[in-house]
Design a protein around this ligand. Sequence first.
Ligand SMILES: CC(C)(COP(=O)(O)OP(=O)(O)OC[C@H]1O[C@@H](n2cnc3c(N)ncnc32)[C@H](O)[C@@H]1OP(=O)(O)O)[C@@H](O)C(=O)NCCC(=O)NCCS
Length: 180
Amino acid sequence: MPRPPETFRTARLFARKPRREDAEAIFNAYAGDPDATRYLTFPTHTSVEPVADFLQARVEDWAREDGSKFNYMLCKDGTDIPIGALDVGIQGYKAMYGYALGRAHWGRGYMTEGLRYLVDWALAQPEIHRAWAFCDVDNPASARVMEKAGMTREGILRRWHVAPNISPEPRDCIVCAKVR
Ligand SMILES: CC(C)(COP(=O)(O)OP(=O)(O)OC[C@H]1O[C@@H](n2cnc3c(N)ncnc32)[C@H](O)[C@@H]1OP(=O)(O)O)[C@@H](O)C(=O)NCCC(=O)NCCS
């Protein structure tokens, strides 16, 4: 199973493995922000401790020899403080992504930069043929990020994802992919 690098750099970002101690920065950046978590899979956090537990689980993902899920903390290059997170999950010939950025940093191309790196990395692996992600139909910024990172919009996955901050009912999602 291919493993992505433990760190990578883009023009403006430094990406590294998470640490439990990143919890406060991640809570402040997006995990405790109702706007930034609106379309995400978890209820907006109200304290730092559950974020630390989440990050600890991601540290353990990296430690598995047969690991398939790799979470990165995105820092502005030259700093070590995460402004967001980006992950890739590898299942056979498919790589799937998830991401979130602190609101203060939206609209400057940061997530496109990070995602593009991991899409290009995945499709450079002989085993991987499909790099894909989905987002809520009401989250056009995320759909745009996928397209700018090189993916093509394929359609709508109906009733695909529950965004608990909106409602307990599964919602329609836009699916995008780049293949080779
Ligand atoms: C979605 C998210 C990751 C985007 O990150 P970002 O670094 O701001 O994205 P970028 O700056 O690289 O690109 C955003 C693009 O969306 C566009 N955009 C923003 N809001 C938009 C809207 N309401 N409608 C249409 N396009 C929109 C921007 O104009 C930009 O495209 P452009 O460069 O062609 O102008 C960020 O907003 C975020 O973290 N949101 C909260 C968490 C989330 O929803 N994650 C995705 C879960 S699937």
